[in-house]
Design a protein around this ligand. Sequence first.
Ligand SMILES: Cc1ncc(COP(=O)(O)O)c(C=O)c1O
Length: 385
Amino acid sequence: MSYEELEQKYLLPTYDKLPLVLVRGEGVHVYDDKGAKYLDFYGGHAVASTGHCHKDVVKAISDQAGKLIFYSNVCYNDARAEAAELVVKNAYAGSRSVFFCNSGTEANEAALKIARRATGRPRIIATTTGFHGRTIGSLSVTGGAKYRDPFPENLANLTEFVPFGEFEAVERALSPDVAAVIIEPVQSTGGVRVGNKRYYERLREMCSGNGCALIFDEVQTAFGRTGKMMAGQHWGVEPDICTTAKAAAGGVPIGMVILNEAIAGAPAPGEHASTFGGGPLAMAALKANLGVILKEKLADNAREMEMAIRDSLGANPLIRAIKGKGLLLGLDLNKDAKTVVAELLKRKIIVGSSGPADQIRLLPPLTIQPEHVRELRSALREIAK
Ligand SMILES: Cc1ncc(COP(=O)(O)O)c(C=O)c1O
């Protein structure tokens, strides 16, 4: 049986798949089982921020695997201690502590629980187009009906959904029983959207005034992707709680909740835990990966490459608008996105689909260079003909 057939036979079919068997990655490229090379403008879904198999990350993982793969949080560990310091010092200026887990949705579950524990309040305000994960708690604050409606027995009766980008709607929804407002500072999966500076500033002021937590879900945006280390830094706005996952450990599963001073003490010992969170292997990968992002100034490169993409794709008649920030970009198309994803794949370029049927997403490694943007431009020009 082929690998496609084996997966189709034995895996739960929860994914719409591209017809590709990928077996190797190097920098901004991945290779299939027949040796064909693809330019990865999808980054394995915003994960490969330092490129595939960056040598520093590979070395850190293999060195750590030879020393200690795992030990529980009941003991201290050198890699965990150093990774925690690196995260807290390079996230927001007000960040004080971090809780490690294993995925984005697990980080959001923890953030919601911590906000409720810290405030003693039950309700959450979220956005109609936001995406926060697939487990029941995160799903309950995910706006898209497509994700939530098949599971009506979620906790959404405690959530009020408001349109992204409209602080007036948050103002109307805020009440003394609100524990948190949760947003992705740059929305991604439900359609790429960015608010204006006033939106973020007013959210910050209103949450402080109300005594609820402002949660930024930076599962996709943290650590350089938007052109700043953390997305809120574009607007000078800091959340009380920030969650992240995806790219942080170079592809090794990770999630984290980064807390500021006001809220850091909320869960008491024993009130929250995650067996594998903070495991030495993931911590070594995290430390090495963040080291690469800082050393190679990848946030700066993300900003430069965003400009290169906007300059070179802006005039393509296929593209109506380019949305997003840094290297989290949504291209609104005059054509069905599925067709364009397939046409690009024929030309050996991988891009992501998105919530709207006419949008594709670019989430490449932050290491891409002008020649890769030119390759994408030529392919999109051919498709537009
Ligand atoms: C903003 C955001 N939050 C949460 C998640 C869920 O992360 P995970 O799939 O690691 O649970 C995602 C995944 O795409 C995401 O984009």
